[in-house]
Design a protein around this ligand. Structure first.
Ligand code: BJW
Length: 244
């Protein structure tokens, strides 16, 4: 099966990878759902919603501060590294990620569309200005805007909020034009990202899913490669190099 995927990859010009939190699992960052998922000790709606933030910004910021303390110590794993390598190998390789941890960029990826924002950015709740912020731990919780003193929020997309429409449109455009799409380490249930592979399928692209478990998408894809993202991508890249 790996050989067939390699053959498709080699004959494709436009290549997309859609990643989810499973890609960072081998770096030691918990996924959202499942056995050791981030939601395990918290209810999503208590923390990752605008309502939760209005109700208790301190609690929500404490959760993000805790996650930033974990993420800052983590390094890209072979999955991030192979995807960064593919960007250099294939002139029309694009990465669309639901992850907010910044590990794709840390591995060297440049053409990255971050659908759900970035944990290293904060946004002023009054004026909407976005700042980079790498302070770990945060000196002040909740943090305040250095310009106007209003509350800052993490620059991420919570449930019930719209994604950045220009990023989403760009992702949809790339996906509808691609010849092969890899869907890696996502439970494929959170919309609208979960719909993206169906755009590729509808246009006749080959869709390859890499996951340790099946998802609602699995029965629809052309290839399901069961296993850890780092191991499978490393294996694919090794085979690719031997025939490239
Ligand atoms: C490995 C591995 C290894 C492990 N190797 N694999 C239509 C129908 C129903 C509901 C909706 C709908 N449209 C919108 C909604 C509501 C909602 C939604 O989708 N809810 C679902 C739960 C049903 N969507 C939204 O609200 C979105 N907004 C929107 O659509 O606006 C318009 C609108 C609003 C309201 C109604 C209708 C329209 C916004 C979604 C924002 C998601 N935000 C979060 C938090 C980001 C900030 C933060 O990090 O704190 O994004 S939630 C969380 O889920 C995070 C993730 O990016 C996202 C996806 O999770 P992911 O990455 O797939 O992680 P897991 O844990 O679910 O899966 C990990 C996978 O990895 C598993 O499959 C493992 O097996 C695998 N794995 N180790 C390979 N080593």
């Amino acid at each position: 099966m790996l050989e067939e995927v390699i053959a498709k990859l080699k004959e494709s010009k436009k290549i997309i990878a859609l990643t989810g939190s499973g890609v960072s699992a081998e770096s030691g960052i918990p996924t959202f759902r499942g056995k050791n998922g981030l939601w395990k000790n918290f209810r999503a709606e208590e923390l990752a919603t605008p309502q939760a933030f209005s109700r208790n910004p301190k609690l929500v910021w404490e959760w993000y501060n805790w996650r930033r303390e974990i993420i800052i110590l983590k390094q890209p794993n072979p999955a991030h590294k192979v995807l960064a390598l593919w960007e250099r190998k294939f002139p029309e390789f694009y990465l669309v990620t639901q992850n907010i941890d910044g590990l794709h960029q840390k591995a060297g990826s440049k053409r990255v569309i971050e659908l759900h924002g970035n944990i290293w950015q904060v946004k002023c709740t009054k004026e909407g200005k976005i700042f980079d912020n790498f302070e770990v731990p945060l000196k002040e919780i909740p943090p305040l805007c250095p310009l106007c003193g209003a509350l800052l929020r993490p620059n991420v997309v919570w449930f019930g909020e719209s994604l950045d429409q220009s990023k989403l449109s760009q992702a949809v455009e790339l996906i509808t034009e691609c010849e092969i799409m890899f869907v890696i380490g996502t439970s494929a249930i959170v919309q609208p990202a979960a719909s993206l592979p169906y755009f590729a399928l509808r246009e006749g692209a080959t869709v390859v899913e890499i996951n340790i478990e099946t998802t609602p998408l699995t029965s629809q894809v052309n290839y399901f490669l069961k296993g850890k993202a780092g191991e499978i991508l490393f294996e694919l890249d090794k085979k690719l190099n031997s025939i490239f």
